[in-house]
Every structure is written in structure tokens, then in C-alpha cells.
Design a binder for this molecule. Structure first.
Ligand code: PLP
Length: 395
């Protein structure tokens, strides 16, 4: 007998599972090459060569007990120091290893943060559209997810609406830039306004509001755009970083949290994050990959591969009549659907072997998300199917 809470969660997961099954079914009928699956955010660009060389070097040269053993639950201190130095150099900060906790990807990082921050019933604010898993992460610790409606013309954070949602129960705000699903990078102006609003509300309500910036796509940006580093703008700020997308290592479960040392209760929070990593069963981030990351801090994937994909798909969609913001980061497009019912639109797309995710999954109906982290050839071959879909709706 599974728990009542889990029964609901399993039922809600079935949309994604159904999509996966549908992909397999269509591939059996039409051939894998004729099915265009834009549903998954699994990077298709290979990890940098240096990663493999580093794994081999570490396995050959370092002591197995060091490479495979337990360590401090927050991660190896030398690895955390190297990451802190890397961030300091890049962003002009003065962090020490004590601000860093190594985590099992961004998901592991967000879960330990919410474990540490939330009492039951406390509120976490997110901006629609948002990564649907935030619902589950907040629910894991009996918090309440509060959604700020989107500004669909810009997909920047809607600050006026945010002001209405902050209450004495607000414990945290999660932002995600570059954004999944829109690909939008929040401007420095938006981050400054957000920081100002949160500081004013903290003062007015006499509470601490922690800002969590979920940044697995920080490095995946185009056209020279800058992603503001929120520790420079707000005192009670965390960054949840991950190498899942930036180095194409999602299966390795490696990332880290950075906390602003000036934040309220910094020492208690860092001690609590260490315990949360252990008691949630992560214990620590994978030991081998902590060491690999420390050796590969300058490594990068070739983001031009994603940029080429973005341009091909975006230009075609605009040409055939879709409305869509040109994203400056991540590997997603988030066009409007010609009808409000985005689920029906995704159902209709299946007749052309197109697998798309409804915007309602991200708290923003009337849109679809397309993941373009697939091969250029596949995208090219899919364009006639998008044209047929547009024709079906007389676009
Ligand atoms: N946050 C966002 C916005 C994501 O898109 C993802 C993965 O797709 C995650 C977090 C989870 O990333 P990770 O694999 O590092 O746990």
C-alpha cells in the first residue's frame, strides 16, 4: 500500500510517462527517425573531452580511498575552495569554501535548501511559467507553492504581482534564469527591482525572505548576454548550480549551492544544509565527480550547437505564424498556441509525430514548450510537420 500523498504524486506524473510511451508507440509505427520528440531536456551536446581525460587521470593517479570514500557531508573542502576561488575571480566576490555545499545536482540542492528553510505551511513564491518539479520539492516539506502570474510579453518576473503575493508566511522566492521553459534571461534591471522589493517587504513584515536562484542553465547563453550574479544584489541569496546542462552531465548528479555569507543566520543555515544532505539520504554529492569538477572548472560545452538549433527552429516557427519570444539562453522555445487549450494542441501535434509539452505543465497555459537539445538534422526534418500543424489551425 503506497501512501496517500504518494498516490497523488504518481497520478500527476503520468503526463510525462504517457508522453514517453507515446513516443515509443509512434516510433514503432513510423520509424524512430520520423518521430520528432521535443519533450525532453536531456542535453545532446557531448560533455567536453577534458571530462573523460580528468576521470581517467583521477582514477589512475589518486588514492582510491580519497576518490571513493565518504567525506564531509557538504563536500571535499579543497573542491569547495576551488569552486569559491573560481566564482570570486569571475564575479569579483570574496567567498570561502564555507559558502559552498556540494549537491546531487540542482534538484538535490533545492531539496536540501527547502528542507532547511521550511516549516509546514510556509510559502515559497515562484514566477509562472516555472519548472513543474518545484511543486513537488515544496510539497516534500509541507510548504505551500504560491504562483505569480506571468507577463507573457516579456516573461521577466512580474514585480507588481509579486508584491501582492508576499505575506508574513513567505519564506523563499525561487527564480530560474536562463529560464526553463521560456529561455529568457532575467535582466539586471529586473533583478535589481526584485531585490529592492524583497528587501522592502522584509523590513515591512520583520521577516527574512530567502531568494533562491536556480541556475542549471547559467552557461548556456547566446549573443553575449550576461546573467546577473544575484549574490551581488541581495543579501539573503542562494544560488543552486548544476553541471547537468552546462557540462552535459545530468546522470552524474553533481552541482553545488552557494550562500551569501552576509545572509541572516548564515552559520546555522550552512550547518543545517550539511545535515540535510545526510538525512535526506544524499549523504554527499558523488565523490568522483566532485574531484572531476574541481579539475574541469574552465571546461565548456560548445553552445553554438544549441544556438544553431535555436535559430533554425525559431526562424521557422515565426515564419509560419507562431508568436514566440526569441530566447537568449537554455535550450527551450515557449511559443503561444493558436488556441487557449494547449493540451488539445499537443494532442493534435501527435498526428504529425510531434511530441510537445503543454505550457500548463509550467503553470502557463496557452503555450507549448519545445526542447531543442536534439540533433540539427532532426530539427530540420521536423519543420514540415510544424508547417502542417500550423495549417491545421489556419495560421
Ligand atoms: N531546475 C531546472 C529549471 C531544470 O530545468 C532542471 C532540469 O531540467 C533542474 C532544476 C534539475 O537539474 P539537475 O539535473 O541538476 O538536478
Amino acid at each position: 500500500m503506497i501512501s496517500n500523498k504518494m498516490k497523488t504524486l504518481v497520478a500527476n506524473s503520468s503526463v510525462i510517462r504517457a508522453m514517453f510511451e507515446e513516443g515509443k508507440r509512434l516510433a514503432k509505427i513510423h520509424g524512430e527517425e520520423n518521430v520528432f520528440d521535443f519533450s525532453l531536456g536531456n542535453p545532446n551536446v557531448e560533455p567536453p573531452e577534458h571530462i573523460k581525460a580528468s576521470i581517467l587521470k583521477i582514477l589512475n593517479e589518486e588514492s582510491p580511498n580519497l576518490v571513493h570514500g565518504y567525506m564531509n557531508n557538504s563536500g571535499y573542502e579543497d573542491v569547495r575552495s576551488k569552486i569559491a576561488e573560481f566564482i570570486n575571480k569571475k564575479h569579483g566576490l570574496d567567498l570561502s569554501y564555507e559558502s559552498i555545499v556540494m549537491t546531487c545536482g540542482a534538484a538535490g540542492g533545492l531539496n536540501i535548501l527547502l528542507k532547511v528553510l521550511l516549516n509546514p505551511g510556509e510559502e515559497v513564491i515562484v514566477f509562472a511559467p516555472f519548472f513543474g518539479e518545484y511543486n513537488n520539492y515544496v510539497n516534500n516539506f509541507d510548504g505551500k507553492l504560491v504562483t505569480v502570474p506571468p507577463d507573457i510579453d516579456t516573461f521577466e518576473p512580474n514585480i507588481e504581482e509579486l508584491k501582492k503575493k508576499i505575506t508574513s508566511k513567505t519564506k523563499a522566492v525561487i527564480i530560474n534564469s536562463p529560464n526553463n521553459p521560456t529561455g529568457v534571461v532575467y535582466s539586471e534591471k529586473a533583478i535589481k527591482e526584485l531585490a529592492k522589493t524583497l528587501s522592502e517587504k522584509e523590513e515591512e513584515l520583520g521577516i527574512s525572505i530567502y531568494l533562491i536562484s536556480d541556475e542549471p542553465y547559467r552557461e548556456i547563453v547566446y549573443d553575449g548576454v550576461e546573467v546577473p550574479y544575484i549574490l551581488k544584489y541581495y543579501k539573503n541569496a542562494f544560488i543552486g548550480y548544476s553541471y547537468s546542462k552546462s557540462l552535459s552531465l545530468p546522470g552524474e548528479r553533481i552541482g553545488y549551492i552557494v550562500a551569501n555569507p552576509k545572509m541572516d543566520d548564515f552559520e546555522d543555515i550552512m550547518a543545517a544544509l550539511n545535515v540535510a544532505n545526510r538525512i535526506l539520504g544524499f549523504v554527499n554529492a558523488p565523490s568522483l565527480f566532485q574531484r572531476v569538477i574541481a579539475d574541469c572548472l574552465d571546461a565548456e560545452v560548445d553552445v553554438n550547437i544549441y544556438k544553431r538549433n535555436r535559430d533554425l527552429l525559431y526562424n521557422h516557427l515565426i515564419e509560419i505564424g507562431f508568436k514566440c519570444i526569441k530566447p537568449e539562453g537554455a535550450f527551450y522555445l515557449f511559443p503561444r498556441t493558436p488556441i487557449e487549450d494547449d493540451k488539445k494542441f499537443c494532442e493534435d501535434a501527435k498526428q504529425f509525430n510531434l511530441l510537445l509539452v503543454p505550457g500548463s505543465t509550467f503553470g502557463c497555459p496557452g503555450h507549448i514548450r519545445l526542447s531543442y537539445c536534439i540533433s540539427y538534422e532532426k530539427i530540420k526534418n521536423s519543420l514540415p510537420a510544424f508547417s502542417k500543424l500550423a495549417k491545421l489551425y489556419n495560421m
